[in-house]
Design a binder for this molecule. Structure first.
Ligand code: SF4
Ligand code: SF4
Length: 185
């Protein structure tokens, strides 16, 4: 139980960092978008998933707080600090990609968008962590492996955060990012 709580805390901290960095990268674009890609059925996945619903509870949220039409979206964007379905980070429309200056920046942003997905891959058999619906199944997870994936995502996040300031990736940086890309991009 303590291990699960520690994992929840570290996952939520990393997700919050990822979402903050993405907001900095694309500030204003999604907020003023008239073709918003958010959908209430995606929002609903956060209430149905055993793991994500625990993250919502951590914020004092549940199905009752979700708007039937707009889900977790308000005029300023997604109101969830963490506990969003991984797809919410992985999708980049052309408008977002066009804002980035070069291929290296686009590559880094794509990896950033895959970090949350990466953590939960194959958490129970072939199931992704967020696809598990029964809370009792969360006790059966291989937590050492989940922590390992969290570490990989954290390391990649640090590389991307540094890249946003330095503007270039070294060979060592690529090695860290390729742990994510080899599997998922
Ligand atoms: S990702 Fe693209 S389509 Fe989706 S809200 Fe942002 S700007 Fe709009
Ligand atoms: S980013 Fe937030 S509002 Fe948009 S689909 Fe995901 S959970 Fe819903």
């Amino acid at each position: 139980m303590k291990t699960q709580q520690t994992f929840l805390t570290r996952y939520s901290e990393l997700e919050y960092s990822v979402s903050t960095l993405m907001s900095q990268l694309f500030s204003g674009i999604c907020g003023s978008c008239t073709a918003c890609c958010c959908r209430a059925d995606i929002c609903e996945e956060a209430t149905e998933s055993a793991f994500l619903s625990l993250l919502l509870e951590k914020q004092g949220l549940g199905r009752e707080q979700m708007d039937d039409r707009y889900g977790w979206l308000d005029l300023h964007g997604c109101t969830l600090e963490y506990g969003r379905p991984p797809v919410c980070y992985a999708y980049y429309c052309d408008q977002l990609l066009a804002r980035l200056p070069d291929e290296e920046a686009q590559f880094s942003a794509k990896v950033l968008g895959k970090l949350i997905q990466h953590i939960g891959e194959n958490a129970l058999g072939g199931w992704h962590l967020v696809e598990i619906m029964d809370r009792s199944d969360l006790a059966k997870l291989n937590y050492p492996e989940l922590f390992q994936r969290l570490e990989e995502a954290q390391a990649a996040y640090s590389v991307i955060e540094h890249f946003m300031q330095a503007g270039r990736l070294t060979k060592a940086d690529y090695n860290v990012l390729n742990v994510i890309t080899d599997e998922e991009l």
